[in-house]
Ligand binder design. Structure first.
Ligand SMILES: [Zn+2]
Length: 205
């Protein structure tokens, strides 16, 4: 997999293009990402949203308009953040019919896009639908896990109790080998680099 990344907006939110021979997966098109994605994704297969915060979805509607046949996946519990400007920020919402909601109920859901396995891992707390998206053995962790840090759990619609439970589940997530983890902000890390640090975060919550 080849990964292109560009940070957008004043929150410097990472938008990713993950390219495989089958085509390109776009993760979290934030503020102003649409043009960059259209210039850099040769064969877009899917747009995958990790969670509904504005800085991760701002250009989702514009991208859907430009790529009407490319499915837009988003965690079911965060769909309301895509279809309304719920923080009154001037966001152009997506139409409900533009979104394929993914439901995983604190577990995971796998589907295939062009024979590539895509798994949504639901870790609520930062937002109700907050997910890590695994595309062909690479995690896109959104605002759940960062390099040496975790996502905030004090925003509207955040839930610290859910966050604590999610961190425990992340700590216990078994993988036969270490997998790279690309966060919504900052530099990449890996599953096994971050898992041992969870104990301290859980104690802190
Ligand atoms: Zn967020």
């Amino acid at each position: 997999m080849q990964i292109k990344v560009q940070a957008f907006g004043n929150t410097q939110t990472n938008c990713y293009i993950a390219s495989l021979e089958q085509g390109d997966f776009i993760v979290d098109p934030g503020v102003g990402a649409c043009t960059w994605v259209l210039e850099n994704a040769q064969k877009p297969l899917a747009i995958c949203i990790t969670h509904g915060h504005y800085d991760h979805i701002w250009d989702a509607h514009a991208l859907k308009k430009a790529l009407p046949h490319v499915p837009l996946y988003a965690p079911k519990e965060d769909v309301f953040m895509l279809t309304s400007d719920c923080f009154s920020l001037g966001l152009t919402p997506c139409l409900p019919e533009e979104i394929c909601p993914v439901e995983c109920q604190r577990a995971h859901t796998t589907f295939e896009v062009a024979n590539v396995p895509v798994t949504y891992w639901h870790f609520p707390g930062h937002t109700p639908g907050c997910c890590m998206v695994e595309i062909a053995d690479v995690f896109f962790s959104g605002d759940f896990i960062f390099h040496r840090s975790i996502g905030r759990y004090d925003f509207p619609y955040s839930n610290p109790v859910d966050m604590k439970d999610s961190l425990r589940r992340f700590e216990n997530l078994k993988s036969p080998y270490d997998k790279p983890l690309y966060p919504g902000h900052g530099q990449p890390t890996s599953l096994q680099e971050e898992q041992p640090r969870m104990k301290a975060w859980i104690a802190h919550l």
